[in-house]
Design a protein. Structure first.
Length: 617
């Protein structure tokens, strides 16, 4: 039997020493019994833990060396991912402070902001908030209604009505003293779009600043160690220097300047720099899912139910195919998403680790981050529920962690971007040559673009079909056959979507109606693209594995991920003639066979996540 540590070595990827260090630090701490705490006590505990974390590397990893950081952007995301093995309230609170608040100052500000704020952000001398979402506007950030009007060397920040209040703001209800507030920059009655401003919201003694009203969102379904609050601004004046001015500024004589002429392009460029938070959520979702699967697999290994005929020995739950079917395909997908996340973090590290990121690489990063976050968080919600059911009544006990994981991760599907919207962004990126927005294209430009894509996709699909035809029914574990199905499905869905959009656009239909009428197809295009990327990432990780025994084991896990994904979408493959009914049945049988083959390795595969034992039931 392969030792779990050998698999861990592969999972640890590019940051093995950092992961080991963070796990060891996590293992030194006793898991708090937060379920018995009231909300105020829980918030206080998490704040105390955050102060302890501020003295460790975690707080410094993602910030520049010039201000006391370590300049390791990828390492900072890995750190959040490892924190996800513990209390997710602490992970989210840390994410607000150092990922969102500090990250916004770092990515949207300039040297004057870095020097003034970042040392205190890292040390937690300056607890902060990220005030973007409004009650009336969540995903539609471009049309936020909070205003920051320029007036004689200052900006006057206002909340026009309750729909424009900043809502669900982490750190706002209790601890935050300063917020990065996203508002429409208005100069001489013209709006230059959404910009970010540093706005003090509390005195050091906790009293709200003049003109700032603070509310408490109150108890939530989960994450009650995080003090989510609401903010209103009534003529709050801040110096002109509090504008985070990397992409837009106001001169001393009151003129707006920007290196990006288009308001829309400037907005999307600004928003794109904040992609680190989205990637961190995907990583934390993966950690929570791994934790749930570890609990469920160990439970299935130790729990026995019913006897074999003519035997006094009860059967382990994990010996039942139905139970294997519950857990092992989900475990295989968790492995696939782990490697896709690792690839994404490396991409982030390389793109944002340069002073002037390549625009094409940045757009690819944003698209991949949106898709991976959506798929990973939906997988977490589904898998944690499955793990709870797999543990029966014991899984419903708070002491066995799973109910807490269900509650704490449920919001992951909607914060840092609603998943449905994120998959639409992925599809739009596939359909356009990265224009700001599909609706911005004229019908003629749209028709030309999609016609070009349609022709290319048709040729690629013919080639893919030729590849598929070369395989016989015994080749289900052929990596080339699996890849051809993933690639062909993606290309066919995209070309079909392009064709529908081309026909609608040429008819002169309103652009909103054009896109709205094909949203089901849009979401399918986004999903199939991301599933292909996840497959490729897992395949690449297996190919790079130097330990031959581990490589063979991970190859089987990859087979299970690929075939379980094909099985789940076999209706599409059958409808489009990509597999025959006979082969569809063989896919089901092969998934069963892989579950049985991987059953002896199930405990090894979950132990390889190396989650400190006190964070498991």
């Amino acid at each position: 039997m392969i030792e779990a540590a050998r698999v861990t070595d592969v999972l640890d990827g590019r940051w093995p020493q950092l992961r080991r260090e963070l796990r060891e630090r996590l293992a030194e701490n006793k898991a708090a019994d937060t379920a018995r705490l009231d909300m105020d006590a829980y918030r206080a505990l998490v704040t105390d833990q955050l102060r302890e974390l501020a003295g460790a590397r975690h707080a410094r990893l993602g910030f520049g060396r010039a201000h006391g950081g370590e300049g390791d952007i990828g390492g900072s995301v890995v750190s959040f991912q490892v924190l996800g093995y513990g209390d997710l309230s602490l992970m989210v609170k840390a994410g607000v402070q150092w990922g969102l608040f500090g990250g916004a100052i770092q990515m949207l500000g300039t040297e004057r902001h870095h020097a003034r704020y970042l040392p205190d952000v890292m040390s937690l001398e300056l607890p902060g908030c990220f005030a973007m979402t409004e009650s009336g506007h969540g995903s539609d950030v471009q049309h936020l209604r909070t205003t920051a009007r320029y007036d004689n060397g200052e900006f006057v920040v206002n909340t026009p009505d309750d729909d424009a209040r900043k809502d669900y703001i982490g750190n706002a209800a209790r601890d935050g003293r300063t917020a990065v507030v996203f508002a429409q920059l208005i100069l001489d009655d013209r709006s230059y779009g959404v910009h970010a401003f540093v706005v003090p919201i509390r005195h050091a003694d906790g009293r709200p600043m003049p003109g700032v009203r603070i509310g408490d969102c109150g108890p939530k379904a989960g994450l009650n160690g995080v003090d989510n609050g609401r903010l209103w601004f009534d003529n709050v004046r801040v110096p002109k220097e509090n504008l985070l001015n990397r992409y837009g500024d106001v001169t001393d004589d009151g003129q707006y300047t920007s290196s990006i002429e288009s308001d829309s392009r400037r907005f999307f460029t600004m928003l794109g720099t904040l992609v680190r938070g989205r990637i961190s959520v995907a990583g934390a979702a993966g950690s929570a899912t791994q934790r749930a699967l570890t609990i469920a697999v160990h439970r299935a290994q130790s729990r026995r139910q019913f006897r074999r005929p003519d035997s006094d020995t009860e059967i382990q739950l994990l010996d039942y195919l139905a139970h294997q079917r519950k857990l092992l395909p989900a475990l295989a997908k968790s492995y696939a998403l782990h490697f896709a996340q690792d690839e994404l973090v490396q991409m982030l590290h390389e793109v944002q680790g340069t002073p002037e990121p390549d625009p094409i690489a940045q757009r690819q990063l944003e698209s991949r981050a949106a898709g991976i976050k959506a798929v990973a968080t939906w997988h977490a919600t589904r898998t944690i529920q499955t793990a709870r059911e797999a543990c029966g009544g014991a899984g419903y006990l708070v002491a066995n962690v799973l109910p807490v994981l269900k509650a704490d991760t449920d919001v992951f599907t909607t914060f840092e971007g609603d998943n449905t919207v994120l998959l639409q962004l992925v599809a739009k990126g596939l359909l356009t040559d990265y224009r700001d927005n599909f609706a911005d294209l004229s019908p003629l430009a749209t028709a030309r673009l999609v016609a070009e894509q349609l022709m290319g996709s048709v040729l690629e699909r013919i080639a893919a079909r030729q590849v598929i035809a070369r395989f016989d029914d015994d080749d289900l574990r052929s990596r080339a056959w699996q890849r051809s199905l993933f690639e062909d499905r993606e290309q066919h869905v995209l070309s079909g979507l392009a064709g529908r959009l081309r026909a609608a656009a040429s008819s002169g239909t309103d652009p909103f109606d054009v896109f709205n009428d094909v949203q089901d197809h849009v979401l399918l295009a986004g999903r199939t693209h991301i599933e292909r990327l996840v497959f490729d990432a897992f395949d690449a990780a297996v190919g790079q594995c130097a330990d031959e025994e581990v490589k063979a084991l991970l190859g089987q896990v990859l087979d299970l991920y690929a075939l379980a994904t094909i099985e789940e979408d076999r209706a599409w493959f059958l409808e489009h003639g990509r597999i025959t009914p006979a082969r569809a049945k063989k896919v089901i049988a092969e998934v069963n066979a892989l579950c049985k083959q991987l059953r002896p390795h199930a405990v090894t595969l979950v132990d390889a996540f190396a989650i400190p034992r006190q964070y498991l039931a």
